[in-house]
Design a protein around this ligand. Structure first.
Ligand code: ADP
Ligand code: MG
Length: 324
């Protein structure tokens, strides 16, 4: 399918990480981090990828950024299949896909000045006009010009994240993959950064994939939401639809967890009991069945297929024609 309205198309993406044990590093298993993920992103939208820690959100983002090599599936960027491209073949597209990660401290070189950090992508690509571009970008993300010669250690967490955003945007990308960009920040600073990202999207015509374990954050920023569970997208819908009429029992449990006292504090308490299942050995059938209050007999043996339910798509046996 090559649709001009689609920027990014991810089809049946699979990423298994080999697990090595012992002195000689023999492979003793595979972590099924991403196991058949399909989605597409249209220009101007913000696709929220949400789910508990360990469900494969970051791995999905890293595969799109080509920071990890997929085990299977395909990734199409503006009609070109990029998953198999070499670094050299990828060069023309590099500028177009940028990222902002959770921890602005570890991703910023502590020995470089703020101006040098923001300018680095320009240097790598041999683009002129560094000084003007950097000061323009600092202004755009709300960093005072006097910070240009400061170092990351002298900045607050929120300012450091603004630096990371400026560095990502200086190449004028088409899409920015934001992986938990506010999760390490104080609650009061989180909303400032979210509002900044919203404004930049409008002003620069950006497209986002916004990864978060926090549904409240995703509800605020995403135009469409994909809910991940153990390496798969189990439900996808426009944001308003997903929050008004969640279909998958897992989505409902996640939404209930948003109502717990402090959703900003890390991993949501989903009220689902027991530990997250082992991605080394995912359950057969529907991966969610061991934790599902509504599981049918077939859920433990047959994997459900993705289907349209009104304006959502859901991977759940409850929505089959023949379901009771
Ligand atoms: P999320 O971002 O949703 O928290 P990740 O994509 O980081 O999830 O991880 C998905 C699963 O893959 C987890 O079980 C995690 O431990 C595992 N994983 C992630 N990166 C690696 C790696 N480099 N090597 C082995 N396992 C990994
Ligand atoms: Mg992650």
């Amino acid at each position: 399918m090559s649709d001009a309205k689609v920027l990014l198309e991810v089809n049946n993406l699979i990423k298994h990480y080999p697990v090595r044990r012992g002195l000689f590093g023999r492979v003793s298993g595979q972590v099924h981090a991403v196991d058949g993920v399909t989605f597409s992103v249209a220009p101007g939208e913000t696709l929220g990828l949400v789910g508990e820690s360990g469900c494969g959100k970051s791995t999905t983002g890293k595969a799109v950024l080509k920071l990890v090599e997929p085990t299977g599936g395909s990734i199409n960027w503006r009609g070109t299949r990029i998953d198999g491209l070499s670094a050299a073949e990828m060069r023309p597209f590099r500028r177009e896909l940028q990222a902002v990660f959770q921890d602005p401290y570890s991703s910023l070189n502590p020995r470089k000045s703020i101006a040098a950090i923001i300018a680095l992508p320009l240097r790598v690509h041999g683009i002129a006009g560094e000084r003007e571009k950097v000061s323009e970008m600092m202004e755009l993300v709300g960093l005072p010009a006097r910070l240009a010669d400061s170092y990351p250690g002298q900045l607050s967490g929120g300012q450091r994240q603004r630096v990371a955003i400026a560095r990502a945007l200086i190449m004028r990308p088409e899409i920015v993959i934001c992986d938990e960009p506010t999760s390490a920040l104080d609650v009061s600073v989180q909303s400032q950064i979210l509002n900044l990202l919203q404004r930049l999207r409008r002003e620069l015509g950006l497209t986002y994939i916004f990864i978060s374990h926090n549904l409240a954050v995703v509800e605020h920023i995403a135009t469409r939401v994909a809910v991940m569970y153990l390496g798969r997208i189990v439900e996808e819908a426009e944001t308003a639809t997903l929050f008004a009429a969640p279909r998958h029992p897992y989505t409902r449990a996640l939404l209930a967890s948003v109502l717990t006292p402090d959703p900003a504090l890390g991993i949501p308490d989903t009220g689902l009991g027991i530990a997250f299942p082992n991605p080394l050995d995912p359950p057969p059938g529907c991966r969610f069945h061991p934790r599902c209050g509504e599981a049918l007999p077939r859920c433990s043996t047959q994997a459900p297929r993705r289907r349209a339910v009104e304006r959502s798509t859901v991977e759940c046996h409850l929505y089959e024609e023949s379901a009771p």
